[in-house]
Write a new protein. Sequence first.
Length: 515
Amino acid sequence: MSLTLEPPSHERLTALFDTPGPVPANTFEIALVLGGTVSSGAYTAGVMDFLIEALDAWTEARDGNDPTVPRHKSVIRVIAGTSGGGVNAATAARALAFEFPHVSRATPADMAAGNPFYDTWVNGLRLSELLATDDLDAPESAPVSLLNGKAIDRAASKLFVFAGTKPKARSYLSDPLRLILTLTNLNGIPYRIDFQTAQLAGATTVNLHQSYVNHADYVRFAVVYPGKDIALPRPDELVLGFGEARLPQAIDWTSFGEFACATAAFPLGFPPRRLTRPLDHYRYRVVSVPGDSEHPAAELLALVPDWEAIQKWASGGLPADYQFLAVDGGATDNEPIELARTALSGVSGRNPRDGMEANRGVMLIDPFAGAATMAPPPSITFPDLVQPLVGAVLQQTRYDTRDLLLATEPEVYSRYMISAMRDELSGDLALATAGLSAFIGFAADAFRRHDYLLGRKNCQDFLRDSFVLPEESPVFKNCLDGVSLPEYRFTDATGGYLPIIPLVGAARIPETLDP
């Protein structure tokens, strides 16, 4: 396979990154963002389980022509995840092709084991397995992480052959579903910015440029569900399928599992992963340069890899496939909101925020949102500097301030957030898994189960009271005839609202928690 070194054309970049296409009438498009979690991924797993259950119940009633339910549509177009959130995103990619039991507090244990979210996070990933030493049994084995990575391998190998009780088609998934996992690329990719040429004495010409290495990486996938088709995927994505048909740019589920394990490979805690992807993917990284008074439109520019540096690193010609070591995506981007947002709006665009115009939105699932605490000033000795340094890096990658401001602004209907809430407690304080930088959850199944059920309850409350649009929104136009609106309406001092994902059938039964 030959590698093209020229940047993609402006027309090509615009088609890929800045042409999102119109939203169909009476439709709200969703981009899910699943943030970093460590063991608190059990909370995010519970949120995802209930979200799927609620969407299944509503769309099955609506598609079955039940006149008593709202008839607008919600479509999941993209799921972006990192760390434990990336594992949940990968789980969803596989599980959404199949039927499986949902897990409430009353669900029997044997039935709960058939739910891939619950089985991965509550029944699996136990501290006893993470502390086992069988990864050091071979004479030549040397430790590569503080914890045993074989437990992660076993969970991944089980998850990516999951086939549920039977196949299931879900009309609320886009065709294809886009999946984005963030990675911290330990090799990095060098990029080059050329400034100008300079003429030196003796008629020597030099090119002035600046190179830098980018370690904040991500990988895109297109998930093609049974009965669907993809004739031409993006050139910078890999394709996941479920049948025998050969898909372009296809990757098998075992190889995909390595990417899922890599996004959650907490630095030093879990083993890094050696990944392979087409080097050509790195030609498709762009920035949006703001316009000026003369040319107000933003301009899309491609980042250009430093091919010479890569060639030297590869000790010869440029490889078609790029191999690199990767660890937890949360070390460089713990909340990939921008990747998800621009998947809906385009890089230079914006999702409508006004309640009477909004038809696309980002839903952030983050267990830890809450009050922040500053670390005490460290003494200037090496042992005392380690924890503050790690903590500073992790905190700095958690949020972009503007993302939080938009998610909490009540008049912005393109950004929503679910976080842990229990009684009067929020964020870390509401979780059983938050201690020891969210590693304590691996110590007890009961901790992870508590947070799983809390995620389900919080999701139910969120869909009913927070994930809403004004009742007069065009999304609901001509979709409410015969519907008993008081069953769904949420009212506050500013007016009446209707849910974007109505609670129907079993999803209306109040969720309860373990003590």
